[in-house]
Design a protein around this ligand. Sequence first.
Ligand code: NAP
Length: 321
Amino acid sequence: MQAEIRTETKKPETKRRFDVIIIGAGPAGYTAAIYTSRAKRDTLLLSGVLPGGQLMLTTEVENYPGFSGGVFGPELMMSMKKQAERMGTTIIDDEVVNVDFKHKPFKVLTYSEEYEANAVIICTGANPRKIGAKGEQEFSAKGVSYCATCDGPFFKNQDIVVAGGGDSAMEEATFLTKFGKTIHIVHRRDNLKASKVMQERALNNQKIKFHWNKVVEEIIGNEKVNQIIIKDVITNEKETLNVGALFVAIGHEPNTKLFKDQIELDDQGYIVLKDHTKTSVDGVFAAGDVHDHRYRQVVTAAGFGCMAAIDVDKYLSENKK
Ligand code: NAP
């Protein structure tokens, strides 16, 4: 009789020490991973709860170079992920819950494990603030957008609402006049927070109509947005605007809560960069919307990811331990 062959299944040892840990899996994170892995740096990418970042919530991206017919956001992100894996990046879908940048090697703690590395790249991005109106979630990417540069061209010859009174709202509204018929700026006060020059540009544009002391109450549509109900905050009177889109431009919130006691942030919570992609902590770098509130494009985030990876490679060469 043949002896029974028993194989003991041992849980594989989790590898915990890397050259570089990248936190966040949007265009900045994946691009950084492609570059550090290709430079033969042992790279861990922790992708958090929404791998792919904001692009997983968009439909078509028309302005990322190299895709003449456009590309779907999730498809672009999956392709970047595959490219990072092909270069050798270890990708783990786990959320970072704590970091220790006070001592080296740096420690990054997730829900299930603790990892170490001599360099970290923060690519946690920023989320657009939500307006909180009824229907906002339901019509997201179906007429409700948070980026005019990304989605404006989809609403040619339509009436459009832009919510907000800051520079972003003025900029988005002015940009949207290239495509839309009438752009309705809905602002909760009777004066603007935006800088003088941006205000004047919007106020002097014949295609822009201001609705003062109004808030967006409800978004209505079938498959796509076709009406927005706005409410006067003084009289409570409601008005219905027949429009094809709502662009919410009421600011962004960078995902930096985890880092607030560890690295320098500005008064809006964005990471302050000291020299190109270096943060206030030697060995910790940042890339993408987490520090950039000016450009906020897929291509610029990817570009910053590349820069951070090159800076990390140089840093690790100069700080061998
Ligand atoms: P922001 O300056 O914080 O302005 C946000 C606007 O949205 C404010 O008018 C605010 O109303 C309104 N708002 C906030 N929460 C709201 C809510 N729940 N419901 C309705 N309205 C709400 O944000 P931002 O315009 O995105 O600008 C952020 C930073 O980027 C600023 O420093 C800005 O100068 C800069 N930026 C610069 C440029 C440029 O120079 N080209 C372009 C864009 C942004 P209140 O006025 O009542 O507070």
